[in-house]
Design a protein around this ligand. Structure first.
Ligand code: BES
Ligand code: ZN
Length: 588
């Protein structure tokens, strides 16, 4: 099936990339990757081929000893530049030589001072949603899948890792060889280079981190093998060989990124309690929902994240118990309505299938795809019962493995295998209408009820006691902070920080909520601490709400731009882009 993906320049009727052999030289001094890539196509190309690029400097293009002509179209801030290769004569393979820009938006080049060890530089990529085009010319749409191999040359004292099988990484030579035998979409291409240590966690699992962090990281994620066992029961066999993880510096823009065989993780998940295991569960679940069965366009993003959140809740229910799963669901419900109220209940941005032909993939990757998508799949499960739905899940994974799928393709499959769903669930409304349907199975959680009780006491002037909250689950604290009034007396901010023991709990997500409240409440003395937080942590989920609170609050507004200028050099281009867009929109 061929369709147009508005987030990419490519024309799939010209042919599809099948395989790429990379030779990559990593140069920290110039902050560039020097690449020679041999492309194999699925079918012969005649005449022209269009590829997506972003600030790529082309050096050479040839096919069978013949030179190829090329031309770059005008640059678009979002789409990048279309690379037009000309002169194909039914060729199935060609070679490109090119160099990435120091401003490649997938790559963060970090100085030694920004790492845990402080002695070696660190490079990492983040390609989702459409940043792979800043590393290599490609058909940067999730509807095209290709296999690849790579030889990576790095400074001798550093280690290169990729989201691929490591074929050879000879001690001390600085040459690393990788192979990715399973076809992936471009957004799952990933590379990192740093001073790294490795620790086995289980027969198929392991973790990479800077040596300074490896002990803590290995302890935090020690239960990963067990998570894999549960994931396989739900989703079918794990088809990617190994599952390793890589801990990145705090500037990593996400909690986790499901790069195949090698999940990229934020160090903010290392809190010494194993309390963020569900993050790994989520990224691991993507090995099926997302990496095996992939959204064909970013408008179908809910197929990736809604399914993954659903799988995450199912696995968490087994590993942590039903109470914990119900609590997270109740928290997610509140969060969903909160976001929808913010963007508008009838905004098209709240539809599961994102409408329109927008070119900015990032604008289609909303948090709602996660929660609303998960709630929709739970409705489907209720409609036919868990047993039949579980059977359907396995069929779905098997049927579409290593394929990319649209929402409509999914609905067809659902209709073929579980037609009763359509009798009981208003599928059209869930998928194509904004907001939430009027009736659905809303979550119930007695742990959440406890939080509500403490909140209603607070609204009557009674602060919680330490005794009341000391055994609270992570999501109870999050729920409490989420449901507090947006602004409260400054004195209460001070009290709550102590009562909730935020410092001791060492969980940066609590501070995200807390600081946003402090800002809206006019707690000005806390600002240096808030600014330090934003300067250190690049995880967007954690710092964007703080930036949003700053621009929405009179006294803090003027501090937002200078803060942004200070983090410009510290955070990943993805984070900087998002912050810049927020400030621009707010007019500061
Ligand atoms: N694939 C996403 C991260 C992502 C989404 C990158 C959209 C670029 C565009 C990843 O699986 C994810 O959802 N991460 C979450 C953590 C999760 C536990 C909800 C995150 O980073 O917050
Ligand atoms: Zn995800």
């Amino acid at each position: 099936m061929t369709f147009r993906d508005p987030t990419s320049y490519v024309d799939l009727t010209q042919g599809k990339i099948h395989h790429i052999d990379f030779h990559i030289q990593v140069d920290f001094a110039s902050r560039t990757l020097d690449i020679e890539a041999t492309y194999q196509m699925q079918e012969p190309i005649h005449g022209s081929l269009y590829l997506d690029t972003f600030k790529i400097e082309m050096e050479e293009a040839h096919v069978n000893g013949r030179k190829l002509e090329w031309e770059f179209d005008e640059n678009d801030e979002t789409l990048g530049q279309r690379l037009h290769l000309k002169g194909f004569e039914a060729d199935t393979s060609f070679i490109l030589k090119f160099r990435t820009s120091p401003e490649a938006r997938a790559l963060q080049w970090m100085n030694a001072s920004q790492t845990a060890g402080g002695k070696h530089p660190f490079l990492f990529s983040q390609c989702q949603a459409s940043n792979a085009r800043s590393i290599f010319p490609c058909q940067d749409t999730p509807s095209v899948r290709f296999t690849y191999s790579a030889e990576v040359e790095v400074p001798k004292e550093l280690t290169a890792v990729m989201a691929a099988e490591q074929a050879r990484g000879p001690e001390g030579s600085g040459l690393f060889i990788f192979n990715m035998p399973q076809p992936i979409p471009s957004y799952l291409f990933a590379i990192a280079v740093a001073n790294l240590a490795f620790r086995e966690l289980g027969p198929r699992t392991g973790i990479y981190a800077e040596p300074e962090l490896i002990d803590a990281a290995a302890w935090e994620f020690a239960e990963t093998e067990q998570t894999m066992v549960e994931a396989e029961k739900l989703l079918g066999p794990y088809l990617w060989g190994r599952y390793d993880m890589l801990v990145l510096p705090p500037s990593f823009p996400f909690g986790g990124m499901e790069n195949p065989r090698l999940t990229f993780l934020t160090p903010t998940a290392i809190i010494g309690t194993r309390g963020q295991a569900s993050l790994v569960t989520h990224e691991l679940a993507h090995a099926w929902t997302g990496n095996l069965v992939t959204n064909a366009t970013w408008q179908d993003f809910w197929l990736n994240e809604g399914w993954t959140t659903y799988a995450e809740t199912r696995i968490t229910e087994i590993l942590e118990g039903k109470d914990s799963a119900d609590l997270s669901a109740a928290y997610d419900e509140k969060r969903t309505y909160e976001i929808m109220n913010h963007v508008g209940m009838d905004s098209p941005a709240t539809c599961l299938k994102v409408p329109g032909d927008g070119t900015d993939a990032d604008s289609m990757t909303s948090q709602l795809a996660y929660t609303k998508g998960c709630f929709f799949l739970k409705e489907c499960e209720y409609a036919v019962g868990r047993e039949r739905f579980d059977d359907f899940i396995q069929k779905y994974m098997k049927n579409f493995q290593f394929q990319s799928l649209t929402t409509e393709g999914f609905l067809d499959f659902l209709n073929t295998h579980l037609p009763e769903v359509f009798e009981k669930v208003d599928v059209q409304t869930w998928i194509y209408k904004p907001g939430m349907p009027e009736t659905w199975h809303k979550p119930h959680s007695h742990l959440y009820d406890e939080v509500e009780k403490v909140l209603s006491d607070y609204k009557e002037g009674k602060l919680p006691t330490r005794e009341q909250v000391k055994d609270w689950h992570r999501h109870q604290i999050l729920s409490f902070l989420q449901d507090l009034p947006k602004a409260i007396p400054v004195e209460d901010c001070k009290q709550l920080e102590k009562v909730l023991e935020l410092e001791k709990r060492n969980d940066d997500y609590f501070y995200t909520y807390f600081y946003a409240i402090c800002i809206a409440s006019g707690y000005q003395e806390i600002m240096p601490q808030v600014e330090k937080f934003v300067e250190e942590i690049g995880r967007m989920l954690y710092i964007m709400p703080i930036m949003r609170a700053m621009v929405a609050t009179d006294w803090a507004r003027d501090r937002a731009r200078p803060l942004f200028e200070r983090v410009r050099e510290k955070h990943h281009p993805v984070t900087i882009g998002a912050m810049n867009a927020l400030l621009k929109k707010a007019g500061v």
